[in-house]
Design a protein around this ligand. Structure first.
Ligand SMILES: [Zn+2]
Length: 350
């Protein structure tokens, strides 16, 4: 909308300058030229959104509707933290919706080390987006991504505000912990960095791998003070304190950034993985003709989303339409009796 206003002002000034004795008449603006000018302006500016990933927030409450794991204001702040973490890689997220689910068992009793307790969660995963669950309690962890990569993850209530949302999203998009050892312990000098540790070369070897394993690990808040040796016998660790995929947030560090190598890995997963492909918006999208009367309908485009032909959304449908621009063409009817329709611009840094 801001761009539109800027162009309108320009045209009004031009009209005024060439018609000095007449009052300005904004109705003389040629809409076709306006549209073309806007397109040119859009194409000329640096592209800052390469991908728009749909997310949907599902907040658990107890069976009686009390003890919600988060409120709507907290979810908005969580979403903003997620956007900020990935913006440097031109990834934007479309918040397609938030809802509450009354289920005491899933709100309180998930043990992240016991799959029988979290298998029922899978029934609540929404297709074609990354589903983000909030739980009042999550036994054994502050968050859980379940698989790498994946299209859903959980955050525990007490971890709200600590950027756990970006950490778990990182797992879903293919990232390992900076101190991962399943492929072998990373070496401080970086040799074999594509194979060892987190398999990302610009994240330094993380001494956290020894935390709770060997007495050589020690720290003073957000500072490693230990003497642990890497596989080469070196002790000269420089910990990735602020990396979102480290655990140093537990020691009081700020989990604030991903490295270029991590973003490269994320982009590779977003391109290669079919599940993650299904969460991403096309550049432009025409939707319709269509009739939808129930369930959840998510439609998004990085730039222009527009309806085409007869589109009827009725009964209990929960629909979300999001993009840089959303246009509802003649033929669109939205009259959900018990559902809702959300139409809004994506909160991206276009
Ligand atoms: Zn993790």
């Amino acid at each position: 909308m801001k761009k539109l206003i800027v162009i309108l002002q320009f045209l009004i000034i031009w009209v005024c300058a060439n018609a000095q004795e007449q009052p300005c008449k904004t109705q003389n603006v040629n809409e076709e030229i306006l549209r073309q000018a806007e397109l040119l302006q859009h194409n000329a500016r640096p592209q800052s959104v390469d991908r728009l990933i749909r997310v949907y927030f599902r907040i658990f409450r107890n069976d009686n509707g009390f003890n919600a794991a988060a409120d709507l204001q907290q979810i908005e702040l969580e979403f903003q933290q997620l956007q900020a973490s990935f913006a440097a890689n031109n990834i934007c997220f479309a918040n397609m919706g938030v809802d509450f689910i009354n289920n005491s068992n899933l709100n309180l009793n998930i043990d992240v080390d016991n799959s029988a307790t979290y298998l029922p969660l899978f029934d609540f995963v929404i297709p074609n987006c990354i589903t983000i669950f909030y739980h009042a309690d999550l036994i054994g962890a502050g968050g859980k991504a379940y698989n790498i990569p994946n299209t859903f993850f959980s955050v525990q209530k007490d971890n709200i505000g600590y950027n756990t949302i970006s950490h778990e999203m990182g797992h879903c998009l293919g990232l390992l912990h900076t101190f991962e050892s399943v492929y072998g312990i990373e070496k401080i000098n970086g040799s074999e960095c594509t194979q060892l540790g987190d398999r990302v070369c610009d994240t330094p070897a993380d001494p956290w791998v020894w935390n709770g394993i060997l007495p050589c690990f020690s720290n003073n808040s957000c500072l490693y003070t230990g003497t642990c040796m890497d596989p080469n016998g070196s002790i000269a660790y420089t910990a990735p304190y602020s990396n979102i995929m480290s655990y140093w947030v537990v020691a009081g560090c700020n989990a604030s950034f991903f490295s270029s190598g991590q973003f490269a890995r994320v982009n590779a997963y977003l391109t290669a993985d079919a599940g993650l492909q299904s969460t991403q918006s096309p550049s432009n999208l025409s939707f319709g003709p269509a009739t939808a009367v129930s369930g959840i309908l998510l439609k998004s485009a990085i730039h222009h989303l527009y309806t085409s032909g007869t589109v009827n959304l009725n009964n209990s449908i929960n629909a979300s339409f999001m993009g840089e621009y959303v246009t509802l063409q003649p033929g669109f009817t939205g009259a959900p009796a018990s559902g809702k329709i959300i139409i809004k611009p994506a909160a991206c840094n276009y």
